[in-house]
Write a protein that binds this ligand. Structure first.
Ligand code: 6GU
Length: 272
C-alpha cells in the first residue's frame, strides 16, 4: 500500500517510523511519503491560510497550495505505478472512523491524507478532487483536535495492522472487539499473565483450571459485563440472536431487558 501525507507539520508524522507501522515500512509492505505543503507555496512567507469569506474567527487553508500539492503527489504516485488513489480528509465534521472504515481503507492500494490546521481547507479543494477520486472525510471522535495530523497517525495504525503480513499470529485480529462479522460487538474483558500472585492479588481460578469451555464462558461473561458498563450502545445495537442462553441470563441479572423487537435495553436507571 502507498500512503501520501501532505501537511504543514511533516515532523508530526515522525511516529510513522516507529513500531508496527515502522516495521511494515521497513518490510516493504507500506510505502509512506510525507510532504510539506509549504513546498507548494510561491510567496516569500510561504502562506497557506487566509481569512474566511463571510467573516468569523480563525483562518482557512488556501486553495492553491493544496491544489498544486495534490496534483504533483497524484502524478508522482501514478509515475511510480500506484493506482486507484483514495483521498482521506481528516476533519471533525467527517463521518466517524470505525473498524469497518479501517477494513475498507486497508483494501485500497493508495491513500492520500490531507490533514488540515486552522479552520479547515477551502471547500472547493475537496469538491474538485471528488470529481476525480473517491474522497473520505473522516472524524476520529467527538472532540476537537488542533489539526488532522494526529488523526492520520490513528487511521494509519488502524489500517496498517490489517494489511496482509503485518501482524503475526500472536497479534491476530480475528477476535478484535470491533472485528466485523462477530455476532455481537463486545469489548474485551481483563487479561492476566505471570506471576500468579502480585501484591497479594491472584488470578481468577477458572483461568488456571485448564477447562477451555469454562474459560471461554468466563471471558464472554466478562466481555458482556464490560460492554454493559462502558458501551451500552454496542449491546443495544446487537441483533437479539447474537446472545445465547447464558448471555441472556447474565444480561437479565445485570438488569437488562428485551424491548418489543427483542433488542436488549439497559436498566432504567442507566438508560441512554
Ligand atoms: Cl480528523 N480533525 C480534527 N481537527 N479534530 C478532530 C478530528 C479530526 N476527529 C476528531 N476530532
Amino acid at each position: 500500500m502507498r500512503l501520501d501525507v501532505v501537511t504543514i507539520f511533516p515532523e508530526y508524522l515522525d511516529p510513522l517510523d516507529v513500531s508496527l507501522v515502522g516495521k511494515a515500512r521497513a518490510r516493504g509492505l507500506l510505502d509512506v511519503r510525507v510532504h510539506d505543503l509549504r513546498d507548494w507555496t510561491r510567496d516569500k512567507h510561504h502562506t497557506v491560510d487566509d481569512t474566511p469569506y463571510g467573516g468569523g474567527p480563525g483562518m482557512v487553508m488556501k486553495t492553491d497550495p493544496w491544489g498544486d500539492a495534490l496534483d504533483d503527489v497524484i502524478a508522482d504516485g501514478y509515475e511510480h505505478g500506484a493506482t486507484r488513489p483514495v483521498l482521506v480528509v481528516p476533519t471533525p465534521s467527517g463521518e466517524p472512523f470505525t473498524q469497518d472504515r479501517a477494513v475498507e481503507l486497508s483494501r485500497q492500494p493508495w491513500l492520500i491524507f490531507t490533514p488540515a490546521r486552522y479552520e479547515g481547507i477551502d471547500r472547493r479543494v475537496t469538491d474538485e478532487y471528488a470529481t476525480r477520486l473517491p474522497v473520505r472525510e473522516l472524524s476520529i471522535g467527538d472532540y476537537v483536535l488542533a489539526g488532522g495530523e494526529a488523526a492520520v497517525l490513528v487511521i494509519t495504525e488502524a489500517v496498517a495492522r490489517l494489511l496482509p503480513g503485518v501482524l503475526g499470529n500472536a497479534e491476530s485480529h480475528r477476535d478484535d472487539s470491533f472485528a466485523p462479522g462477530a455476532m455481537a460487538h463486545l469489548l474485551e474483558g481483563p487479561v492476566y499473565t505471570k506471576p500468579p500472585t502480585w501484591r497479594r492479588r491472584g488470578i481468577p481460578d477458572v483461568l488456571l483450571s485448564g477447562h477451555h469451555g469454562n474459560i471461554a464462558r468466563w471471558r464472554r461473561d466478562e466481555a458482556i459485563r464490560r460492554t454493559a458498563a462502558h458501551r451500552p450502545d454496542l449491546l443495544r445495537r446487537s441483533a437479539p440472536d447474537a446472545f445465547d442462553k447464558k448471555d441472556r441470563a447474565l444480561l437479565t441479572a445485570l438488569g437488562w431487558y428485551q424491548d418489543q423487537d427483542g433488542h436488549w435495553q439497559p436498566p432504567a436507571q442507566d438508560a441512554p
